[in-house]
Structure formats: structure tokens, C-alpha cells
Write a protein that binds this ligand. Structure first.
Ligand code: ATP
Length: 246
């Protein structure tokens, strides 16, 4: 099983999941992903099992609402960490190139070397501009390195997309008056609970859908969306473990 994706047989029942792990392993070896990132992925995988590894209808709804909010925003930004870069570099690159939405590298375990490597990796996948180096601003009242942001990007953004986030920063971004769209497989995480819109889905499925819906500009009433209610419905579904046909 060790080596490249070619070693994983297509008919292996966990082929997709193993391919995702392989991307993270490669990301780890090339210095994009940290040990903690691998552990965080494990937590995500467990929740992915519980939603049958598919985009459930509540999450499709959240993605539509999120894409409408992005369309309505003046200065939206997509925040990218090591895991996200390793898993969906091409989608992130196409998203920023085609829409002009800024992408900013923002890391909990920040080193300037890792920021540089992630930016280089995204550029190798076609991304034009990627923010994150020389952050001149701080998110107020946040002690760890995720507080370091650029003025042009996250600091002045009205909406921030935060895949695989830690709860602290989400809370502070909301306090700054921003809308936060998170992608998090755990409906109980602090991030999920604090966000304006939570997409409970794997980033490998959610990010391409968000891009697709953004381009389609879906006709959805964002005022009708209730994040807390949507999360409750997802949790109830997980507890019943009945997904029907969605
Ligand atoms: P919080 O601080 O918000 O309570 P946490 O402490 O669980 O969250 P981390 O340990 O940083 O945060 O984990 C990151 C989160 O990302 C976890 O909730 C995990 O479920 C989620 N996650 C991991 N991999 C993925 C993925 N591929 N797609 C979507 N979500 C993921």
C-alpha cells in the first residue's frame, strides 16, 4: 500500500479514503502538513464515516447559502491551512483565479518556511496570487499564530471561508463583524457551532461544490437559513444513522 495512488486498487472499499490519506502523507513529507494536521484528519475521518462519506442534503443547502453569501460579499477571502492545500490545491487555485476571491495562508503551527512552501505548492497548481507572507495585522485578542493576517486579506475581509479551522479564531472573526463560512466534518466542534454557515462535509467534496454553486449563483434565501437548526438536523441524522436517498 505504501507509495503512490497507483498502488491502491480501484475496487478497494476504502480506496477514496486511502487516496486522501496518501495526499496528506505526501503533504507531510514535503513540509505542508504537520503531525497535528494528520491527527486532525483522523478526527474528521471518523465523522465522515457517520455521514456515509457523502454530501448530505443539509450540507448541500449550507453550500448554496455559503455561495450566495460569497457572491454578495464585497471582499471575501478563503483561508487555507496545510491540510486544505494538500487536499484541494487545484480547486483552491481555480477558485481564486476565476473569481478573484483572495486566498490567504493562515496557520496555527505557523513557520515562515511552511507558509512559503504552501504558497509555492498552490502556485505549482496554477494559483496566481496567494496572500499570507509578511502579515502586518493581528486578529485582536487571539494569542496564537493564527492571529497573524494580512491587511488586504483576512483583516479587511467581510466574509472568510475557513476549512478545517480551530474554534478560537472563528469566534474572534465573528467578533470582528465578519461572516464565517466553515467546512468542518464535526457538527459539534466549536468552529461549527460559532460559524455563520457551517458546511458539514469533507473539504475534498465541499470545496469543488462551493466553487460550482458560486458560479451558478443559486437562488436561495439566505435570511431563511438557520445554522443552529441545520446542525441539529445533521446531528439527529447521524444519531439515527438513516440517510435515505440523499
Ligand atoms: P474546534 O476548536 O473548532 O472545537 P477541533 O479542536 O476539533 O475544533 P482541530 O483539532 O484543529 O479542531 O480539528 C480540525 C477540525 O477539522 C475537526 O473538527 C475535524 O473534524 C475537521 N476535519 C479534519 N479533516 C477534515 C476534512 N478533510 N474535511 C472537513 N473537516 C475536516
Amino acid at each position: 500500500m505504501k507509495g503512490t495512488a497507483m498502488d491502491i486498487p480501484d475496487d478497494h472499499p476504502r480506496a477514496r479514503s486511502l487516496e486522501i490519506r496518501e495526499k496528506l502523507e505526501e503533504g507531510y513529507k514535503s513540509g505542508l502538513v504537520t503531525e497535528m494536521g494528520l491527527i486532525a484528519h483522523g478526527r474528521g475521518e471518523a465523522f465522515d464515516y457517520l455521514i456515509d462519506e457523502k454530501t448530505i442534503k443539509e450540507s448541500v443547502y449550507a453550500i448554496k447559502v455559503a455561495s450566495k453569501i460569497l457572491n454578495d460579499s464585497q471582499n471575501p477571502v478563503i483561508s487555507v491551512n496545510g491540510n486544505t492545500a494538500a487536499l484541494v490545491p487545484k480547486v483552491i487555485s481555480d477558485f481564486t483565479n476565476e473569481t478573484g476571491i483572495n486566498v490567504e495562508v493562515n496557520l496555527f503551527h505557523r513557520t515562515e518556511d511552511r507558509v512559503r512552501k504552501i504558497i509555492k505548492f498552490l502556485k505549482e497548481h496554477g494559483a496566481g496570487k496567494v496572500l499570507g507572507r509578511n502579515p502586518g495585522k493581528r486578529i485582536p485578542d487571539l494569542s496564537h499564530k493564527r492571529a497573524l493576517v494580512t491587511k488586504e486579506g483576512i483583516y479587511e475581509a467581510d466574509t472568510v471561508v475557513v476549512p478545517l479551522e480551530d474554534g478560537d479564531r472563528t469566534e474572534k472573526l465573528i467578533e470582528m463583524g465578519k461572516k464565517v463560512i466553515s467546512i468542518d466534518l464535526n457538527p459539534r466542534s466549536r468552529t461549527a457551532q460559532e460559524s455563520s454557515v457551517t458546511i458539514v462535509d469533507n473539504v475534498v467534496r465541499a470545496m469543488p461544490k462551493l466553487f460550482e454553486f458560486y458560479k451558478e449563483e443559486p437562488d436561495v434565501d439566505i435570511d431563511e437559513f438557520d445554522n443552529e437548526k441545520n446542525l441539529e438536523q445533521i446531528e439527529a441524522k447521524i444519531r439515527r444513522n438513516k440517510f435515505g436517498k440523499d
